[in-house]
Ligand binder design. Structure first.
Ligand code: ATP
Ligand code: MG
Length: 251
């Protein structure tokens, strides 16, 4: 078991957002999380990554058996947790290449591994950006500054591919992507598929799941996982919408 979320309750400014969420992600699994707007999907991703101002009032989150709620965001990242943001942040004044190198080497250092030499790093950047159809010129620009919506999402996948996380959480990485970019991003995720790695794909669209075929689909509603099933659950949602699951919660 790579990730175990048990009875997680989270508040923001005294407002309950997650209400007893249970979720298990196995090693090697690709899981999709779907659910209506405001059901708490991004909140879950942020709490896993360690974004401040989310108050965990109950429950626990075990990553590889360790309680990560006590860890700083960078410790979590060094342990192999990665979040691709729904709304990627701009970092003016920091070149994308520099950012990648700093993040990668900081994580390697924290794990007691040697830092990448410049030639090794550059080779990895070249290979990874080529696979993802990312122009080298973009990597010289400040992180996400002036990037189009789709370029930001690709840049998130570039970070993921460079960092090779054990658990990647992709929050609506498909939104705003044209069909070619969608395939490239899906390919980037599929390329990292391995028995040692897991991915959580948060999406509203069944379409993405044709390219990234999930092992399991979880449906969130009102701050909880209310239904889990196979990939056919995504098709069922596409056909019927979320009303049935929201009723189940109310019942
Ligand atoms: N900082 C905040 N202050 C107050 N309420 C918040 C805050 N952040 C999130 N919420 C509320 O928490 C709920 C869950 O938000 P969240 O962003 O997790 O939903 P989501 O499932 O990711 O939705 P979407 O599909 O639209 O991205 C929403 O009702 C939202 O308004
Ligand atoms: Mg969201």
């Amino acid at each position: 078991m790579l990730l175990e979320v048990k009875n997680l309750h989270v508040e923001i400014d005294g407002k309950a957002i997650l209400n007893g969420l249970d979720l298990t992600i196995e090693q090697g699994q690709v899981a999709a999380i779907m659910g209506p707007n405001g059901s708490g999907k991004s909140t879950l991703a942020y709490v896993l990554a360690g974004k401040p101002n989310y108050e965990v009032t109950q429950g626990e989150v075990l990553f590889d058996g360790a309680n990560i709620l006590d860890m700083e965001p960078d410790e979590r990242a060094a342990k192999g947790l990665f979040l691709a943001f729904q709304y990627p942040v701009e970092i003016p004044g920091v070149a994308t290449m520099t950012f990648l190198r700093t993040a990668l080497n900081a994580q390697r250092k924290a794990r007691g591994e040697a830092e990448f030499s410049t030639p090794d790093f550059m080779r990895r950047v070249r290979e990874t950006s080529a696979h993802l159809g990312i122009d080298q010129e973009m990597l010289r620009r400040a992180v996400n500054v002036g990037f189009s919506g789709g370029e930001k999402k690709r840049n998130e996948i570039m970070q993921m591919a460079m960092l090779e996380p054990r658990l990647a959480v992709l929050d609506e990485t498909d939104s705003g992507l044209d069909i070619d970019a969608l395939k490239i991003v899906a390919d980037g995720v599929n390329r990292l598929r391995s028995p040692k790695r897991s991915t959580v794909v948060i999406t509203h669209y069944q379409r993405l799941l044709n390219y990234i075929v999930p092992d399991v689909v979880h449906v969130m509603s009102k701050g909880r996982v209310v239904k889990s099933g196979g990939k056919e659950l995504a098709l069922e949602l596409e056909a019927k919408g979320y009303a049935q699951f929201q009723d189940e919660v109310a019942a």
